[in-house]
Every structure is written in structure tokens, then in C-alpha cells.
Design a protein around this ligand. Sequence first.
Ligand SMILES: *[C@@H]1O[C@H](CO)[C@@H](O)[C@H](O)[C@H]1NC(C)=O
Ligand SMILES: *[C@@H]1O[C@H](CO)[C@@H](O)[C@H](O)[C@H]1NC(C)=O
Ligand SMILES: *[C@@H]1O[C@H](CO)[C@@H](O)[C@H](O)[C@H]1NC(C)=O
Ligand SMILES: *[C@@H]1O[C@H](CO)[C@@H](O)[C@H](O)[C@H]1NC(C)=O
Ligand SMILES: *[C@@H]1O[C@H](CO)[C@@H](O)[C@H](O)[C@H]1NC(C)=O
Length: 949
Amino acid sequence: MAERRRRRGEEAPSRIPGLVQVLVVIWLGSLACDAANVGISAMFGPDTGYGNKYRTVINDGVLYVNRNQTFLGGIHTLEFVDHDNIIPSNSTYLGLQDVCQHIATEQISALILPADRCPDHDDIAGVVSHGSNPVFSIDQGNYGSGSKAFKLYPTPEDMTEFYIDVMSYFAWRSFIMLYDDESAFANTEGLLEYASSQEWNVTSVVLDEDDFENNVPTIEGEKTKNIFIICTSEIVLRTTINRAIDLGIMGPKYTWMIGNLDLAMDRTFMETLEDTNAYITRFNMNYTRDWQYALPTTGSSQFTEWTFRERNAYDAAIAIGHALRKYRLKREADGVVGSSVLPGDTPMPACPSSPSIVATNVLTSYLQNISFEGITGNVAFNDIGDRINYTITIYSGQGESVHQIRGIWTQNVEHWENTWNRKWESEGKLNVTNYNYGNDRRIKIVTIESEPFLFKRENYLELRREQNSILNGRRKRQIQTGPYTGNDRYDGYMMDLLSRIKAYMRGIDFEYEVELVPDGKYGHKSKYSKKWDGMIGEVLRKKADIAAAPITITKERLADVEFTDSFMSGGIKLLLKNPYYIDHNPFRLLHPFGIEVWFINLGTFLIVAGILCLINYFDPYEWKAAAERGETFEENGRTFSWKNSLWYCTTTLFLQGYDRGPRSNAGHTLTAFWWVFVLVMVFVYLFNLPGKINTNKRLVYIKNADDLTNQADVNIGTVYDGSIHWYLFKSGIPAYNRIWQRMYHNPAKVYVENTTVGIQRVRDSNGKYAFLGESGELEYAASQRPCDLIVSGGFVDRSTYAMVVAKGSPLGDHLSYAIETLRDTGVLEDLQREWWGLDRNYYQRCRNLTRYERMGMFSFTVSDLEGIYFFLLLGFAISILVFVLELMVCGCKGKDGRTGNSSGGRQQNGKRTFGGIGSSKSGGKKAASSGGGGVGSGGGGGNDANLWI
Ligand SMILES: *[C@@H]1O[C@H](CO)[C@@H](O)[C@H](O)[C@H]1NC(C)=O
Ligand SMILES: *[C@@H]1O[C@H](CO)[C@@H](O)[C@H](O)[C@H]1NC(C)=O
Ligand SMILES: *[C@@H]1O[C@H](CO)[C@@H](O)[C@H](O)[C@H]1NC(C)=O
Ligand SMILES: *[C@@H]1O[C@H](CO)[C@@H](O)[C@H](O)[C@H]1NC(C)=O
Ligand SMILES: *[C@@H]1O[C@H](CO)[C@@H](O)[C@H](O)[C@H]1NC(C)=O
């Protein structure tokens, strides 16, 4: 810079000689010196001076202004005039003298003054500001200071209003106020006045800067768990917070409000705050990233870690740049050009002679008109230098939700509306409407009846009286006469869960109102109107803030609403009638074939026997012909008599041995085909048989969707238009789609109105109907009397249940956090156990199945197989009948036919003498029977012959 000045000064003399030359040099030199540089300065104290951080910050601001030609037009430069002496002054007088000296020796246009420059007078900037050049203060000011400095920190008056608004919103009626020094205390004067006028109980505690531990007994001795902390020094604030975390004061039991604005937040600190689990409210100046152009040029990535005061110092430098720009533009518009556009500095009076004499500097009036977005939000000042037109964002939450925006507070509603081009939605300066529905802060919860998640109270009482059983433990309820009102109308897992969640959502007034969803649906998006119905629709249309029910997380729903952390996992399961309780048709054994198949098979059987008989009769190669030719015993000729043909077919039918096969090729051929027929029939029958006997049993152990479609005997159904119905339809998984198609095209109308109807239908359908539903509801139903239902062991599909809030609702994070905490602390598990009957005597009965009942669920029981027993009994009966018939027939034939018969037998024996075995077998038998003349025992063969032929 100096070099440039010198060069400019040297160019001129080459043309102008002598004295003039010298004069011009001086004139030009002074012009260049005065006009081309605008000096600003800053002084530092013990907090601000060390480590040169503030120098870097202000230099960075200066650099930014100089780089952007729109500020000073490229002709001028902003120059940071350093003041090396950082030793703070020990008295106001010394402080003032120090500052004035600095101003007097350096010609500067503006001065940035931190409070620690003169600890004895924390508003030294306020004192100096009564001089003529602008002074910037970067710290909290004093109540009613009368300071004319440009105050980057919002005024104590504004902050008081702000704190009162926020505390009233959070309904704080008592709190402990921690502060580090008198200046911080003085800043809360207005707040304390208000608090005492409202009879709030405030205990103020001055921080022990050496060790916070000394403050702990006082804090723990207080009843209130609300802590408000405000410190002049952000360093003290941080140390205190870290110490409080160590000592458990900043922990889940406490609700903190950090009064300092715009706490520097690096990643570790954010995580530390999350980990404390305390409910923390903190405040940041609001900025909008897209407008914020005054970003630091060097070290820019860490600027969020600058303290608020450092950021204020930066913005002060930028503010000067903006004021100079306005001034330059005005001068240029007036026709001034070149380096004389900026007139140089108006020297500040060495020291303000009296506060009443206020000198004015041209820059001051321009500074009163600037408005830009700096790194501390919108920067603008009114005519006494107070910061205006800014907005503060309020963050509050616990754990991960600690970064949740709770609301915004704006210093100037009109400005906010102009900036955002939106209507301010609240009456005061604090707006939480967008963040916490409804000013009345009653959260509306929509839910659905679904036992045991939620049910109407009367039902529960009836149930209890009916069962006449004693409830033990926490769930003991008063039997109340008269109708229930409000939330008392409902009971169930969800109600318990909500009350636990409420306990974990401290810091906000979480009053809630539970209502049933009018249309009784979970929520489905219409294909045509694209509108959601059910609970999802209620939340989307802001009729409710939360939908609390076992709502399944689906992709489609996720697109439009926000889910909290899931509170339970479940899935689609199948409810069946317990096979043990199914009344069977004893003749299910016949079911593998239709009745017409049975008749046709019987006909086939007879026809085959008949044809065999005919072949035997006519075919010359058959037994009959052979016997006639004497090639074999005469008796063998009757191998395929009508009766024997039937027997032959019967034995082959059951794959048993037969006496003799056909001899002829025709007989062989027929037999071969008959065998094939039999084989196929038998296997088809056997293959289908187990399925007919144990269809339900197979469903008990389904593992996946395919198991459902691999059977056809049990109709599977679900709620019409319900989430499962749509899920199966839309999932895109072929197996699910098959189930859907099965259901949709099933002529048996498998859809039901709701789960209750579905469960009843399973009970009534004697195993012919199974119901797909959410596992939670089904398991509860199965645990209920009369214990005739079971839920299949496997999930058709797994899913998780969660609550639903509108997109972007801050409730989401809070709920998630509360749910997560409940899970971590085991409360969720306890609740589930409590409601799903593991703890309750009278629900347990369904779990205590007898050994036989349990076996009945997977083994074949007598009732499964009774058909075959009946069949055998039938066999006994028929054979006895035949036996009796035979006795009768033989009895009457005995008188006239015995001799003829026996002589015939002898003849046979005499005539034909063939192979020893054959003859001794049949012949011998015959001989014995006829010889003995025994009617009952031995004469089977002979009698048969007489009977059938
Ligand atoms: C320079 O500053 C002006 C406002 O004075 C701003 O609009 C512009 O974006 C800045 N340019 C750069 C390069 O930062
Ligand atoms: C201010 O007082 C402290 C001790 O109280 C002393 O160390 C320091 O030198 C003093 N500074 C000035 C500028 O007098
Ligand atoms: C303040 O404390 C007193 C005594 O502990 C108590 O009676 C009173 O209700 C408290 N006031 C408020 C607003 O909490
Ligand atoms: C500023 O306020 C708006 C809402 O008015 C909010 O969306 C934005 O996140 C806030 N910005 C910061 C940095 O707090
Ligand atoms: C503050 O905002 C108001 C309302 O938009 C506006 O009229 C006023 O000019 C702003 N003040 C400054 C200094 O920008």
C-alpha cells in the first residue's frame, strides 16, 4: 500500500518542476494517503487479546471488504490499524484515556471495542460512542445504557422481552439463574423484575468460576429443575457446562436454558450436548444460508466455531464496508470521481467532552441505513445504534432432538414478513405455531381401535367382570360408574405408551387428546384422487398432530408423512383355528378324489375284472382253455372266473400278491395297463391324502408366503382395503402378489370388514378360513378365551410399527427420542409383556396347553384319522355279514349237494395227476375237505365255486 502511494507520488514530478513539483507531491501524497485508505481499528482486552484470534477475525472482515469491489470501488482500501497494547485498563478513566489516545494518534473511521478492554466499565464502547466516529460494541450491553455505539449484540431490553416470551411459552414458573458476573446479572434485570411481578420463584446463583462443584449443593437443594444460565464470557459458560455435565447437573433430570446467544457449536460440543440427555433450550441468531454472502475468506470453514463475540467483530468490519459503499455510491451520484470519493476520516475528538454533546459523523448516518446478512444474521441498526430487524431461532430438545427448532422470535415482525414474504403466524414476537401445532399446545392424537393396542374402556370393564378375575400389580383399575370422558375413554398399550412418552418429553407442555379416527382406517392413498384416508390422512390434513397406533412403516407412507422410531416390531402373521379344535368330517379320507372319480374307478375296476373274465373264457391261451385241453388242472381253469377276476383286481389294486396272473398276451396287456392305472391312482391318492388330513397343521408352521399359496383347502383372507391387502398388492414381490390374487379372485369372499370380524370368522369356519393380520392383534386374539385360535409360527412378512407425524414436525424427533429412551430402559419390553399377557394369569391359560393339545397341533390325532378306523370297522361288519350269509347258503346246500360235490372232487383227483405241489395243494385240500365232509372249515374253495359260478 505504502509502495503504491509512493509510486503515485513519484510519477507526477517528472512533468512539473521546482517548488510546484514539491507542493504537488505533498498534496497528491496527502490526498492518496487520506482518500485511498479508510482506517478502522480495534482494541483488545484479556479475553479478546490473546492468541490474536480477534485480529484474525477482523482482518478477515477487512479482507472480505477489500476483495469485493462493490464496496469501495477498487480505488480505496479498508485498513485495519492495529493497536498492540492489549493490557486492559484498570479504571474507567484510564480506559477512556487509553482509547482516546489511540484514536488521536491513528486517524481511524471506526473503532471496534470489546467490553474487556476495561473490565471496570463494561460498556466502554457506550462511553466512547458519544464521540463523533462510529464505535462498535460486540458484547452484551447494559440495561438502559444510553450508548450510541453500534451494538452487535441485541439490546438487553430486547433480550428481556425475548426471555420472557420463551419462558412463558415453556411455562417456567420457577428456575435457578446461574450467572458469572455482575454484568450478566445486570442484563437480566428486566427479566427478574418481570419474574417477581409474576411471582415466579427465581433463585440466582453466581457461578463459582474456580469450580462449579461448589454451586452444586445449592442447585440440588432447589426444588425446581429448571436452570437458566447466562454468562458475559462464553468461555466461562463453556467451562461451566462441561463441569455441569461431569457433575450430572446437566443431565436428564434437568431442563436447561442457555441465555447466551449463538453459542459456538463445533461437532464435539454438539455431541456432548446430545449425550447429556438434559432437556436443553438454546438460541441462535437466524440467518439464511442462501443470502449470506459475507462469509469469512480465510479460515472460513471454522467460522461456526467462532464465539458470538468474534462473529460480531467480523460483522462489524463488514458493516463498515457496507456503510462506506453507500456513502461512495452517494458521492459518485453527486458527480465526484476518482480517489476523492471518500473524503478521508473525520478525526474523532480525542475524548468525548460531554455525553450531551453528540458530534455526528457522516458514516454514522449511513451505518443507520445498512441492512445485510452477516454471519450473525441480519445486521441493521436503528438511529441509536441498537441492533434491529434480526430473528432468533430457538432450539430445544433432548438427546438427538436437541437441535430441533422449537420456534423463532423476531425483533421486527414487519421485517420478517418482508424477508420471507409470508404472514407472521403468531400474535407476539415469538412464533411456535409452525413448530408446535396450535397455541393451546394441546396435541391431538388420532388412533384406531385395535385390541390390545387400544380399546374403549367399557369393553375392558365388561371383560373383567365377565372373567371375574383379579388383576394384580399396576394395572389395577377402579371400576367407575358413569361414562368415561376424555382420554379415560380408552385403554390399552397405546395409552400406556403415550403416558410414558409424555414423561420423557419434558420441557414442552405435552398435553394430549386422543380421538378415534372417524373412518376407522389406518391410511391408504387413493389411486385416483391421490388422497390419504384414515389416520395418515388426518395427520396430513393437520387434523391431528400424531397418529399413535400400530402403523406399519411403508415406503408409500414414508413419502408423505414422517415416522417416529418404531416402538414395536411385528409383521403379517396368519391366524388359524387350532387344529385340535376342528371338527372333522370322518370321511375326509375320500377327499383326495371327487365322488365321480370314486364311481368311475369302481366302474373301471368292474370292467377290468369283466374283461379278464371274458378273455379267460374265450382266449385259447388262457387258463380255461388250457385246463380244457388238459394242460393244467381243471381247477386252474377257474383262475379267471368272475369271482377270481375280481379278487385278482383287488389284490393288484392294493399292490399285493395274487395267486396266478393271466397266461394269454391279451391278459398280459390288460394287466399291464391296469397296473399302470392302479399305480397312478394309488400314488395320486396317497400324495393328496396328508394334505387333506392336515391342511391346518401345515399352516401352523408356515415360514413364508409360498407356504400360503401351496395349499388350496384353507381360504386365506384379510381386511378389505386394509394395509395388508394393499401391501400384498403393491409390494412387487411375486409371492405376495400371488397371495393377493388368491384372495382377490377367491369366490369364497375372503375379505372381511375389520380384524374383529376376521377373527370371528376364523373361529366359526372350522379350519376352512385363516386370517392374515398384524401379529400384535392376532397374538392377543389367540391369547383370549376360548383358546381355540393359534397364530402361525412364521411371519409372512416382517414389519415395524411406529407413530406418524406430519413431515418436518418437531414432534417427530421428540417422540423418537422418547421411544428410544423407553426402549433402552426396558420400559417398552415391560409394557409389551404386560399387555400381551405374559404377566397376566388369565391370559396365560392359552399358553398352558396340555401335552395332548399341543401334540394335536402338529401330529395326527385320532380325530384326524378316524375315517380309516371307521373304514376298518366297515370291513369287519361286511365280512361278518358275508360270513353269516355263507353259513346260511352252505347250510341249505349241504343236504342236496354234498355227495355230488365230493365225488366231483375225487374224480378230479383221479383223472388228473399233475405236479406234486399243485395237486397236493389244491387237490389235497379238496380231498380233505370233501373227505371230512366239514362244512365250515375246509370247504372254502368248493363252496366258493358253488356260490359264485
Ligand atoms: C460483493 O458484495 C455484494 C453486496 O455488496 C454482493 O451482492 C456480491 O455477491 C459480493 N460479491 C462477491 C464476489 O462476494
Ligand atoms: C491492573 O491491575 C493489575 C492487578 O490488579 C495489575 O497487574 C496491572 O498491571 C494493572 N494494569 C494497569 C494497566 O495498571
Ligand atoms: C414459590 O415457592 C413457594 C414456596 O416454595 C411456593 O409456595 C409457591 O407456590 C412457588 N410459586 C410458584 C409460582 O411456583
Ligand atoms: C431461520 O428461520 C427459518 C424459519 O423462519 C428456518 O427455516 C431456518 O432454519 C432458520 N435458520 C437458522 C440458521 O436457524
Ligand atoms: C427494518 O425493517 C423494517 C421493516 O421491513 C424496514 O422498514 C426498515 O427499513 C428496516 N431497518 C433497517 C435499518 O434496515
